[in-house]
Ligand binder design. Sequence first.
Ligand code: GTP
Ligand code: MG
Ligand code: ZN
Length: 316
Amino acid sequence: MLGIVYKSTGSWYTVKANDGEFYECKIKGKFRIQGIKSTNPIAVGDKVNFEVEHIGDETMGIISEISDRKNYIVRKSVNLSKQTHIIASNLDQVFLMVTLNNPTTSTSFIDRFLVTSEAYQIPAVILFNKIDTYAEDELGEVKYMAAVYREVGYTCLGISAKTGKNVEEVKEMMKGKTSMFSGHSGVGKSTLINAIDKDLDLKTAAISLQHLQGQHTTTFAEMFDMDFGARIIDTPGIKGFGIVDMEKSEIGNYFPEFFKLKNQCKFNNCLHLDEPKCAVKEALDNDEVSWSRYRSYVQMVTGEEENYRTDIHSKK
Ligand SMILES: Nc1nc2c(ncn2[C@@H]2O[C@H](COP(=O)(O)OP(=O)(O)OP(=O)(O)O)[C@@H](O)[C@H]2O)c(=O)[nH]1
Ligand SMILES: [Mg+2]
Ligand SMILES: [Zn+2]
């Protein structure tokens, strides 16, 4: 039978078959996908082939095959830095949820996320959540950030999963698509999904007041069908976002505003660092490119990978 993986706990996979039924499945033997060293061979969104087995009263599916992925979002595994973890696959778009200070989302985290989505050509939308909680100066900061990313070409929206502000607009963007929700723990991913679909009652939890960080309430990625013709994937909060398998020379291609300028640089292999007559640095001097974007870029190219987790919390 053919189906799509809706949930994966690492050892069990919930698969929705083409007949609409859900099956609990396991993987047949050792399963390796060519070319990807990942801790999870199968992820939410994967299209799989499976056989149904009956053992006593129990029905169980055995996954024997996985179709080629249209795309996927990976992050580096927290412990084994060489390995990657596939968060979800076959996506039409990703929503990155951002909060200013409850918890803090740094621009370098946002930029790493966007580079990954650009690399896999998955459109990204930035949702600035919890706008009901911000004071005037904080709202100003959110608007400034949104303006920076809009200028680059990303759709940005201020929302409140709590009051429902602009949630209809999010639904509108989701119609007919499979969307993944991502962001730090505690930014409100599950709360937003509950607001979008009143029948769902996903677990949510207040962020710790002491650390202003989420509690990692959602522990596995899971996909849900919406009655307005959309699929939504809730994911566990991610701390850092190590970029995977990228050449230095490639990273600039995933900053759309740098990529546009690239052929005006003197050297066609310009890394936009110390090279003379670099169009990106000229644009930076003229305030046509954002400093925070450029700083993130330099961090990625010079390989300040090890610090990407700590810098999230050192700001502010
Ligand atoms: N004031 C306010 N609080 C919100 C909003 N959205 C979410 N929250 C609160 O933020 C806390 C965290 O929300 P969750 O939905 O659990 O966050 P999450 O992103 O799913 O977190 P993880 O599952 O840990 O990754 C909860 O107490 C929510 O009630 C919002 O728009 N405004
Ligand atoms: Mg959650
Ligand atoms: Zn350059």
